[in-house]
Design a protein around this ligand. Structure first.
Ligand code: SF4
Length: 292
């Protein structure tokens, strides 16, 4: 939940309502996906909600209604990668497993002067973390490393003079060399979307597959060049590697790409699952009084 939302906002608005709605894996597994997506609305990264739902169903079908306690079985669940599997085992089950997120990776690379060009860097980092973990208290050990990476051993200007690992750190004099991977540059895209309101209803598309599957979207316009419809405004939105510039126009039904279009009553729009991008467009339309 906190992948792109501040933790205080998550705790304030999302975490407890989600747990209240789905107090057990069984409740989550049996809920319709649409209900899960509605409670996730505003958090972004909807694939996580879908994976969580699917993982709960697999736990019910294959693990007696519990999360498995083995690293490999956790990795086999949708949405659970090395970091989550390690975190569940350590923080959930108190197992002596290294928890490797981006911050911990940086600490380990510098501390042990690891070979950043290694082809097996991910495995090397997990092995190093497992070897380094304090078996008497893996919980505090992993939490401390995560905090150290976030607060002291930062990507730029690490505060080595405050670091409790300084006495053993091999990378402290050349921290840049051990800094992880440059981010791949994002791709800028401009897309033109239509807002079509007709007799108290708004046309939205409901993709069946892809990133936004199951989430209502404003539809793309058929015409993506030199659009001559009445212009509403522009919003900016980023997802995965894309930086979108979204241009909005008042449109008629025949202007829209006709992919699984649904006419939704305006009064019910806050009760359907939508993406953060849709919420931003919705907000702009309200500001411009297009949807009132
Ligand atoms: S001494 Fe500096 S580079 Fe080494 S782990 Fe501590 S903060 Fe990071």
């Amino acid at each position: 939940m906190s992948a792109q939302t501040q933790i205080n906002v998550v705790l304030d608005k999302f975490y407890y309502p989600f747990l209240q709605a789905f107090p057990t894996l069984k409740d989550l597994a049996q809920a319709p996906l649409e209900q899960v997506l509605i409670l996730w609305k505003g958090l972004g990264y909807y694939a996580r909600a879908k994976n969580l739902h699917k993982a709960a169903q697999i736990c019910m079908a294959q693990h007696g209604g519990y999360l498995p306690r083995s690293y490999q079985a956790l990795l086999a669940l949708p949405g659970i990668g090395a970091y989550s599997a390690g975190a569940i085992l350590c923080f959930g089950f108190k197992e002596a497993v290294g928890v490797v997120d981006a911050n911990v990776s940086r600490v380990l690379l510098r501390l042990f002067g690891m070979d950043i060009s290694s082809k097996t860097l991910k495995t090397d980092l997990q092995n190093q973390a497992n070897a380094f973990v304090n078996v008497a208290n893996p919980f505090d050990h992993n939490q401390a490393l995560i905090d150290l990476g976030a607060l002291i051993c930062t990507p730029k200007n690490p505060q080595c003079h405050l670091c409790p690992l300084r006495f053993a750190c091999q990378g402290q004099n050349d921290t840049e060399r051990f800094s992880l991977l440059k981010k791949t540059p994002s791709i800028a895209l401009t897309q033109h979307y239509g807002v079509c309101v007709d007799q108290g209803g708004l046309y939205l598309s409901l993709p069946q597959k892809g990133l936004y599957a199951g989430l209502y979207q404003f539809p793309l316009l058929k015409e993506q060049e030199l659009v001559s419809l009445p212009f509403i405004g522009t919003i900016k939105h980023s997802y995965t590697k894309y930086r979108l510039q979204i241009k909005l126009y008042q449109a008629n039904l025949h202007d829209l790409v006709p992919t699984n279009l649904k006419k939704m009553p305006l009064s019910q729009l806050d009760q359907i699952p939508t993406s953060s991008m849709t919420a931003k467009i919705w907000h702009l339309c309200q500001k411009r009084r297009i949807l009132s």
